[in-house]
Design a protein around this ligand. Sequence first.
Ligand code: AMP
Length: 113
Amino acid sequence: MKDCLFCKIIAGEIPSTKVYEDEYVYAFRDIQPQAPIHILVIPKKHLASLNAVSDASDTELAACLRAVSRIAAQEKLENGYRVISNCGPDACQSVQHLHFHILGGRQLSEQMA
Ligand code: AMP
């Protein structure tokens, strides 16, 4: 997608700190981390949000979740972590390319919202 920030990151047109990549998924450190470990996992296929997952194959979607657990192990998050996907204005989604935040590295709040 031409004007999508995360598509540009996947293409290497905008720099990022890569932590994981496979055929379907790219993952990189969030530029404004909200926890000691804050990683974004994104499908390489442009999907605007969770509301667009019907445009993706089961393989593409499963790859995102498999990447999450691989990255958690790689980052030594054995004590736990949180995965969030903000979808739409009420959730304050700011980048319109599906992404999963992995947050960890400290005790997280009991509050999720
Ligand atoms: P959301 O608000 O759920 O759409 O999350 C978008 C996330 O993208 C935010 O946590 C931003 O800090 C992060 N972000 C925006 N631009 C960049 C960038 N160039 N590199 C890494 N993370 C970014």
